[in-house]
Design a protein around this ligand. Structure first.
Ligand code: NAP
Length: 260
């Protein structure tokens, strides 16, 4: 990866930051996107450099078309190409509302950031990749979408989140099929419960469900860490799965297992 460039959305904090650091450990160059927290983005860049990579910060709201275009233009201007796009930026609903009371504003916000943004950014980046030479392995690039166990787990107090993540899983299959012959593999990474700001407000609930309860919701009895997701993305970036596309990796402590 030393000469390769990754664009990671939402890389200022949490899972995105973990991905950026793990990629940096391979010597990659990372475009660190963030929406509003410039201080966190600066910290992420310092950590990327300390881990042996290079990078730069690019502000932009993935829900906004002009911002998406700028992310691509600035990354290519800086590093010449994009080898890996990680659609990681995402938000949870501000209020957990019962399915029967859930509002349109929250639906529109989640749809725009968690699904529309990744879709149109993938379009732009795929076109950029198609203009690039193939690498030694025959790749022009790779796309990774960070979904969630919410793809298949019904949470009736955040149905909007579940629905858009399910859409992102389908988006992975669509791009995988469309781009397979063009040297672009596409993957879904499906995290379980990961310790980040997003889950900070429900820490006690998940401490109990994962660790304290007699039989935890995950066979592996610990919280996931951003690094767990970072290591999975790194394996993709290092071309460990050249004959897989449209594949989904459960990085969830075994949450997805049906247990009796
Ligand atoms: P987080 O700690 O809240 O961090 C969110 C990141 O996304 C921040 O870097 C934030 O930037 C950025 N962001 C938010 N809205 C954005 C926008 N409109 N445009 C560009 N960047 C934006 O969240 P996280 O827990 O790391 O979650 C990352 C991804 O993993 C999300 O897609 C989430 O749905 C998914 N996920 C999380 C968990 C979990 O348990 N944490 C589980 C499954 C899936 P700023 O710093 O500028 O705000």
């Amino acid at each position: 990866m030393s000469s390769k460039t990754a664009l990671v959305t939402g890389a200022s904090r949490g899972i995105g930051r973990g991905i950026a650091i793990e990629l940096a450990r391979t010597g990659a160059r990372v475009a660190i996107n963030y929406a509003g927290n410039a201080e966190a983005a600066a910290e992420a860049l310092a950590l990327v450099k300390a881990a042996g990579g290079d990078g730069f910060i690019v502000q932009g709201d993935v829900a906004v078309a002009a911002d998406r275009e700028r992310l691509v233009v600035e990354t290519v201007a800086k590093f010449g190409r994009i080898d890996l796009l990680v659609n990681n930026a995402g938000v949870a609903p501000k209020v957990r509302a019962d399915l029967l009371d859930a509002g349109e504003e929250s639906f529109d916000r989640l749809f725009a950031i968690n699904l529309k943004g990744p879709f149109f950014l993938s379009q732009l980046v795929a076109k950029q990749m198609l203009s690039q030479e193939r690498d030694r392995e025959g790749f022009r690039g790779r796309l990774v979408n960070i979904t969630s166990i919410s793809v298949y787990t019904a949470s009736i107090n955040r149905g909007d989140y579940c629905m858009v993540k399910a859409g992102l899983a389908m988006m992975t299959k669509l791009f995988a099929d469309r781009l397979a012959n063009d040297g672009i593999n596409v993957y879904e990474i499906r995290p379980g419960v990961i310790a980040t700001d997003m889950t900070g407000g429900v820490k006690e609930k998940y401490d109990k469900l994962i660790i304290t309860d007699e039989r935890g919701i995950t066979p592996i009895r610990r919280w996931g860490q951003p690094e767990d997701i970072g290591r999975a993305v790194r394996a993709i970036a290092e071309d460990r799965f050249p004959f897989s596309t449209g594949a989904c990796f459960d990085v969830d402590g075994g949450f997805h297992l049906h247990r009796l």
